[in-house]
Design a protein around this ligand. Structure first.
Ligand SMILES: [Zn+2]
Length: 168
């Protein structure tokens, strides 16, 4: 089971099912059937607009979004799929907060569902710093399929890690 590092935390039953799909050589087929297409949010400008749109729709008046970008330096590991930075600095008499989201560049050519899941996750951190109940409620509010998308995203990362990308 050590091969399934992106799926740590899921039940043994689930891991066994995934391992069977891998052993049968069907992981790519399963993913492509569920997610045949990639999104078209390829540039940082497009990514900012995409993120701002979701934020406007669901998050009401929160801190402004300063910047969103794809970052090839983010190593996608178990719990770090994106990064949200808060930088507070004094500017004149005011304390200015900069909210910056970085998305691992592996998601530049991926299905929209996976990009949405990551963006929703990082936006939810605007309100909840911890991965607590309120955090996941907010994620599900923005994307009802949040948990399914996260699982499928982890399947995709497993595919990329073991056999290579299927969309590029
Ligand atoms: Zn997080």
């Amino acid at each position: 089971m050590s091969r399934l590092k992106y799926l740590a935390g899921y039940s043994d039953e689930t891991l066994n099912q995934v391992q069977n799909i891998i052993n049968e050589g069907r992981l790519k087929e399963v993913l492509l059937k569920r997610y045949p297409d990639t999104h078209t949010v390829r540039t940082d400008t497009a990514l900012y607009q995409y993120t701002q749109h979701i934020k406007n729709e669901y998050m009401g008046k929160t801190q402004p979004l300063s910047r969103v970008s794809y970052d090839s330096k983010i190593k996608v590991i178990q719990h770090a799929l994106g990064q949200h930075h808060y930088i507070s600095r004094v500017q004149g008499a005011k304390l200015k907060t900069v909210n910056e989201i970085k998305i691992a560049s592996v998601f530049r050519t991926a299905p929209e569902a996976f990009l949405k899941m990551i963006v929703v996750h990082e936006l939810a951190h605007f309100k909840e710093k911890e991965h607590n109940k309120a955090f996941y409620q907010l994620c599900r509010h923005m994307e009802p399929n949040y948990h399914q998308y996260e699982f499928d995203l982890r399947l995709y990362l497993t595919q990329v890690d073991l056999f290579g990308d299927i969309y590029s």
